[in-house]
Ligand binder design. Structure first.
Ligand code: ATP
Ligand code: MG
Length: 335
């Protein structure tokens, strides 16, 4: 199927801009929602600081990375400098505190891959996950937010891709498809590779921001206000980009050998990373390098069944973008 390459983009592609932009706009969260999230964070901070005066709370994930659609859950990281107490004990203690403050459905998931406390705030209706000391997630949230400042087309493309993935059922890591985070990384990489480029490679530029987290050095150029015109040589519209994104993942990506890398702004080889064979549960069937944790393949959740599902969905989307008279309706048709 790799030989079946599409040629040129349909000639009426530009008429799809308005409907895609309308979908994008309908997904943007209302200001009111942001205010409620801040309120929730403030009240959580008060509760937490009664028990741990020095602890801090950080938002991460889609409520802080500019890729959150409306009614997303809030991801919170509790940064706490307590080497005496185990993570599980902290989580259980935290769950206790939250429970006695009328928050609903409080649950400590101490055995999850990323242990969290889940809760629902009855006042705002917002659901929230709190993890402990997941500083890397806070840093990659900043990287994504910084990329989003450079060119508006990133946020538009990522909202459309995330919306597509959710409605088509391919945004479910527990079923072997990709996380929202992985889809945003795919969008950033795709825009870095356009000709002319729409996004730069921030980690390849002069360092203006650096932190070390769990022995991983995270550094990049974060003065993105100086890069607002970066992509202006490239005039591609959102409809063209959505078309090209699915065309790439359906027909052009070299699944056998290639790793996409936002860190380098290029494609690297599986060989270079020793991602050529299955090790444990990591199969490397679609390779997406994490920008900071470079031994981490964001595609590692994908197995031999879900890779088929995923590639068929990319092909379906590419074909709809190429041939369907009403792509906006078909693309987001629930599966
Ligand atoms: P959604 O709107 O679907 O909730 P999200 O951006 O919150 O999207 P998640 O996939 O739930 O996406 O991830 C939340 C955050 O956790 C990400 O922004 C990222 O910081 C971190 N994260 C998620 N998955 C990974 C991963 N595999 N490796 C490293 N960090 C991850
Ligand atoms: Mg989230």
């Amino acid at each position: 199927r790799n030989f079946k390459r599409q040629m040129e983009c349909r000639s009426d592609i530009e008429r799809l801009n308005a409907p895609f932009l309308a979908i994008y706009e309908s997904l943007i969260p209302a200001e009111e929602e942001k205010t409620k999230q801040k309120q929730l964070l403030t009240s959580l901070e008060k509760l937490v600081n009664k028990e741990w005066p020095k602890a801090q709370l950080f938002l991460y994930g889609s409520c802080a990375n500019s890729f959150g659609v409306s009614r997303s859950d809030v991801d919170v990281c509790l940064a706490i400098d307590d080497t005496e107490t185990s993570k599980s004990e902290i989580l259980l203690k935290l769950a206790d505190i939250l429970q006695s403050d009328n928050l609903q459905n409080v649950q400590a998931l101490t055995r999850a891959r990323v242990p969290i406390v889940k809760l629902m705030d009855p006042v705002t209706g917002i659901s929230c996950d709190i993890c402990i000391n997941n500083v890397l997630a806070v840093v990659n949230t900043k990287l994504l937010r910084d990329y989003a400042q450079i060119d508006a087309r990133l946020q538009q493309l990522a909202f459309i891709v995330k919306h597509w993935a959710k409605t088509r059922g391919v945004n479910e890591t527990y079923r072997g498809t990709l996380s929202s985070y992985a889809y945003v990384i795919m969008c950033i990489h795709f825009l870095q590779r356009r000709k002319p480029a729409i996004l730069p490679c921030l980690q390849g530029m002069e360092t203006t921001y650096a932190v070390t987290v769990d022995d991983i050095e995270c550094s990049y150029f974060d003065r993105v206000e100086n890069l607002r015109n970066f992509g202006s040589q490239n005039k591609e519209s959102i409809a063209q980009l959505v078309w090209a994104f699915f065309d790439y993942w359906a027909y052009r990506h070299d699944y056998a050998n290639a790793v996409i890398s936002v860190r380098t702004g290029s494609i690297i080889r599986k060989h270079e990373k020793d991602w050529t064979r299955r090790i444990g549960n990591d199969r490397h069937l679609i390779c997406i390098e994490d920008p900071f944790e470079i031994s981490h393949d964001l595609g590692r959740v994908v197995d031999k069944y879900s890779i088929k599902v995923l590639r068929e969905e990319f092909e379906r989307a590419a074909n709809i973008m190429q041939y369907d008279p009403d792509p906006c309706a078909m693309l987001f048709e629930p599966y």
